[in-house]
Write a protein that binds this ligand. Sequence first.
Ligand SMILES: Cc1cc2nc3c(=O)[nH]c(=O)nc-3n(C[C@H](O)[C@H](O)[C@H](O)COP(=O)(O)OP(=O)(O)OC[C@H]3O[C@@H](n4cnc5c(N)ncnc54)[C@H](O)[C@@H]3O)c2cc1C
Length: 433
Amino acid sequence: MAWDFSTEPEFQEHLDWMREFVREEIWPLETLVEELEYDGLMRAMAPLQERVRERGLWAAHLDPELGGQGFGQVKLGLMHEILGTTPIAPFAFGNAAPDSGNSEILALAGTTEQKDRYLHPLLAGDLKSAFSMTEPDSAGSDPTLLKTRAVRDGDDYVINGHKWFSSNASIADFLIVMAVTDPDARSYQRASMFIVDVDTPGVDIVRDVATMEHPQESFGKYGNHAEIRYEDVRIPKEALLGAEGAGFLIAQQRLYPGRIHHCMRWLGVSKRAFDMLCERALSRESHGSLLSKKQTVRNWIADSAAQMDAARLMTLHAAWKMDTEGAAAARREISLIKFYGAGVLHDVVDRALQVHGSLGYSTDMPLEAMYRYARAARFYDGPDEVHRESVARQILRGYEAPADGVPTEHVPTRRAAARERFADLLEVVTSND
Ligand SMILES: Cc1cc2nc3c(=O)[nH]c(=O)nc-3n(C[C@H](O)[C@H](O)[C@H](O)COP(=O)(O)OP(=O)(O)OC[C@H]3O[C@@H](n4cnc5c(N)ncnc54)[C@H](O)[C@@H]3O)c2cc1C
């Protein structure tokens, strides 16, 4: 019997240390993010990063030869659950998006020259990056519809296209761009990835799109989602990442573990919202009793706890499957947690916000920011509907329609078959009447 829900003691020590460190050293900085701005925040992070490095937890998602720990997905998942409690913890641990995902792509598909020029400086914090795939004019949930083209011209490629929601692009030094290299190839072999320096002629960062997360228009702030036009952007063939046509394959290899990390971070956020829900319910009184005495609120507490436990077990199971059987084997589990986990995050934050009333809606509590964060989780990295569709498709492969159209469990049909099979028995019983 190999089922085991325990954590090895040495790693549990790391987790305990991280929980304390994140809560005591990083949570307080959250309230100063606006005042410090990005550069000030990074200055505040520097000594914390040093402590994380000393502890051997820096960029733990990467292999040891790149300075990481080569942790498997279960360990990374448990770690992300703690780091997810605050949006700024990943800076201290060397795994802030999108640089962390881009570093994985470069580690996976980059040539030695690409690693020297982009990956090592990225890991050292000397460069910033963005991932540029989604387009305003094609459905991001079906990337086979991508329109941006990269056409080979001698020793170069020339890129033309229109992207948006390229997170951090307006402060990035280079972009990883997904573009169609062979429109006639099979749908998942049409696109390739390229490294494009932002100062390449023809790269036009049009604007940072104002969003639910940052409703005020601004430009060049950390966490932006940029709109970009690529007009006759000429790059050398050495800018191709991996093989031509391997864009989707590389993206999938990055997205599978990324989804586990997302789901575990969402659980960190959910737990923090849940703690606020319970605390407030114990102190706010209305209509003759504390909110904690109201059946609706008690149901919310129980339902939230059940949903969070379910999502946690599902996510760690998906991580375990990835570690033991590989990413492809965990496809169904990863799609399941992506939409289920996003729903749990949304529900728990929504209930916590509701319990706080106008205080929850105000920026005096972190719940309104969590709510906006939760809303986006339902469509980035694949909308709920697409993951549900994928799960249903995989499940239905294990079934077939009954040949005669009669349901297998149809009672009269089964009864007739059973009567025939047990005719002798039935005869004895009825003859005894
Ligand atoms: C905060 C944030 C950060 C992001 N960062 C990046 C980034 O760094 N780089 C990048 O390239 N992109 C990024 N994105 C974009 C993100 O990946 C896309 O929004 C996502 O892939 C969905 O694509 P879309 O917005 O074009 O929606 P669409 O594809 O137009 O889908 C819209 C809706 O259609 C419905 N739908 C789609 N397909 C189906 C189906 N098969 N069945 C039923 N309903 C369906 C769903 O409800 C879906 O939400 C980011 C988005 C957000 C919100």
